[in-house]
Design a protein. Structure first.
Length: 474
């Protein structure tokens, strides 16, 4: 009986070894597969990290290259920086049919990583000619595994959001005790003037092709110009463009997408603290529109040689002078209309492309680069005189509008009482301005906004990794 029982027990245990072996094989298989997957994932992660790092290094290389080029330009040829030099500027194109300047500014307001896709959908644009940023030249660099592209903006070509600030506001921003009985009045004037210019800028940007169908007539900033300046005053000046984001008092909101389209056209440099350190920003403004009295105001000049069309229109439109009426009140009497502002902006851009001071338009080959820029106030005054005499810009008040433009954009103050000499006499001075904008300058003031886009490509030119970096350099 015992032998039969043992025999049956042995028979029952015969399959245990097979199950144990299969279990071990399954365990080893799972471990092997896990190991292979983990190794593969780690390899891919390492490769991806390496590609990302390479793209970031390429973007950094672009920034370093840009800084080097900017230093060289400031040493050798600062007077030749205009819309047609290697320095990236917001481009304008001529219509082949009637040789006029188009309102469409290709690539302006578009991030570098989206420019190529955007231009592929554009008609009649030769990228290698119209937009050298994307070709193999001195503003784009290449290496064996990738490339970088640069967008370098002179901040004086952009609209200065921190402009038009009273001495009292500057003092408060830098911690100096100050009192100004006209502070509320001055702030209201700032909000009106700056708000109107910001709204005009937004309207003009909203007309560009990249914004087509996205906005109503008010553009990306939705008519929030005055509210933007109120926020600026509460913050004691903007320190970042991202300060504009969010909801405003009237319930309207500026989103990342809105800011994205306005980005290339606005600047928050200099800050109020910077403005306090440099006299170039210090000027005068009428005080309560009272005759022969003025106050100190800090304004940021705009570079006439690199400013874009929307920025030029924003600071030209609605410029006006004041005059005392029969009741002894100062009222607005002459102003620059929107149509006139557009024509003047186009003339300025055309001057920088093809010198036309004497009324003759020269071909690009016949004009030196230095001839395509305004370099002194004599040339600017001559240009304004030509606008007046041409008869195709102003329809009324030619002499007054001539004097109005000179008084507004020339930073040199020529008051009648302090400068009685005929040589510097002006029929209008800054104290006669009702709605004023800011002054012009002829050269960059040293602050640049650099965007560098690094791309890693495979042998078939497909994008593997990219990095977009933005940097401010002084």
């Amino acid at each position: 009986m015992k032998k039969k029982y043992k025999k049956k027990l042995i028979c029952k245990n015969k399959g245990n070894a097979l199950i144990l072996v299969l279990g071990c094989m399954l365990l080893l298989s799972v471990m092997s597969i896990t190991f292979v997957l983990t190794s593969t994932m780690e390899m891919k992660t390492g490769t991806m990290y390496s590609d990302i790092t390479d793209a970031e290094l390429l973007a950094d290389a672009g920034i370093e290259f840009a800084i080097g080029q900017l230093k060289q330009i400031f040493r050798e040829k600062i007077t030749t920086v205009d819309r047609r030099t290697w320095l990236y500027s917001i481009m304008h194109f001529k219509n082949s049919e009637d040789n006029r300047i188009d309102n469409i500014e290709v690539a302006a307001g578009i991030p570098l990583d989206k420019i190529e896709n955007y231009l592929e959908n554009e008609e009649n644009i030769d990228i290698s000619v119209s937009f050298p940023l994307l070709t193999d030249n001195k503003i784009s660099g290449h290496c064996s595994t990738g490339q970088y592209a640069l967008k370098i903006l002179d901040t004086t070509s952009q609209f200065p959001l921190n402009s038009h600030v009273s001495q009292h506001q500057i003092n408060c921003a830098v911690g100096i005790a100050s009192h100004d009985p006209y502070d509320n009045y001055n702030r209201e004037e700032e909000e009106i003037k700056m708000g109107a210019m910001i709204n005009t800028l937004s309207e003009e940007v909203g007309k560009l092709k990249q914004c087509e169908g996205l906005y109503d007539a008010t553009g990306p900033f939705h008519g929030l110009g005055r509210e933007i300046i109120k926020r600026r005053n509460e913050l004691q000046g903007f320190t970042s463009k991202y300060d504009l984001l969010g909801e405003y008092e009237n319930g309207k909101t500026i989103t990342n997408e809105d800011l994205h389209y306005m980005w290339d056209y606005i600047t928050v440099y200099p800050t109020w603290e910077n403005m306090n350190n440099y006299n170039i920003y210090r000027n005068i403004a009428p005080k309560n529109l009272t005759e022969n009295t003025y106050r100190i105001e800090y304004r940021v000049p705009v570079n006439i040689n690199t400013a874009s069309r929307p920025v030029l229109i924003a600071i030209l439109k609605n410029l006006s002078m004041s005059e005392k009426n029969s009741q002894g009140q100062f009222v607005e009497v002459t102003s620059i209309s929107k149509a006139e502002a557009e024509k003047i902006a186009d003339k300025i851009i055309k001057f920088a492309q093809y010198k036309d001071i004497e009324g003759q338009s020269n071909s690009e080959e016949e004009v030196n680069v230095s001839d395509k820029t305004f370099t002194n106030w004599e040339a600017f005054y001559k240009f304004i005189d030509q606008l007046t005499s041409s008869g195709d810009v102003f329809t009324t008040d030619h002499p007054l509008k001539n004097a109005l433009l000179k008084a507004n954009f020339d930073p040199n103050v020529h008051l009648h009482e302090s400068n009685p000499d005929y040589a510097v006499y002006q029929s209008l001075t800054k104290l006669n301005l009702f709605h004023y904008s800011t002054e012009f300058c002829f050269f960059p003031l040293g602050m640049f906004e650099i965007s560098s886009y690094g791309k890693i490509l495979d042998p078939n030119e497909n994008l593997i990794s990219s990095s977009l970096k933005q940097y401010y350099v002084l």
